[in-house]
Design a protein. Structure first.
Length: 183
């Protein structure tokens, strides 16, 4: 599951059995997916609308692609997190794009009777803590994000855990037995 900007650039990271779930948030994301599926180059003027370099090829066939239901994106961003509707800007970005982690969580609540999380959460008070299990990025990377408001997402995640909507198995979001009063 990836936004165009989060799709890995290395062909070695894709496996022939993968399914790629495209998360399309802005109109140019559709142009990117179309170029990927048709094995075409993305015009330079469209590339300018991405906040970082995007993959120009994904070594999968078209039957291995899916599009995340846009209603999940809408529900997560606007209904649950209360982000403002996107507005046209030539330069700069609003922090109104949910992280893939929280969107995967909301999708799971639609598909599963029970949702449990392990090792998920953004503890910005531990800047050297690893962000993902699969790479070496640290929490400081989340503070550099132009698009994501992890402080707002963390508040929402804590509400979900405290309200019993999801279980936090490792205390990454809310720890009942931790000494830290901010957990």
């Amino acid at each position: 599951m990836a936004y165009p900007e989060s799709a890995t650039l290395s062909n070695l990271d894709y496996h022939h059995t993968d399914l790629f779930v495209a998360v399309l948030f802005k109109s140019v994301d559709f142009s990117w997916l179309q170029a990927i599926l048709k094995n075409e180059s993305l015009p330079l003027w469209i590339q300018l609308f991405f906040w970082k370099q995007v993959a120009d090829k994904i070594p999968l066939n078209s039957k291995q692609f899916r599009i995340l239901n846009p209603l999940i994106i809408k529900e997560t961003a606007f209904d649950l997190l209360g982000y403002p509707e996107p507005r046209r800007k030539w330069w700069d970005w609003d922090k109104n794009v949910p992280t893939l982690g929280i969107m995967a969580l909301i999708l799971a609540t639609h598909l599963c009777d029970e949702v449990s999380l392990a090792g998920f959460g953004y503890n910005l008070g531990q800047p050297d803590a690893r962000l993902h299990y699969f790479d070496n990025q640290c929490m400081t990377e989340m503070q550099k994000q132009y698009m994501h408001d992890v402080a707002e997402e963390t508040k929402f995640l804590k509400k979900l855990v405290r309200g019993g909507a999801v279980k936090d198995l490792t205390g990454g979001i809310h720890c009942e037995f931790c000494k830290d009063v901010n957990s």
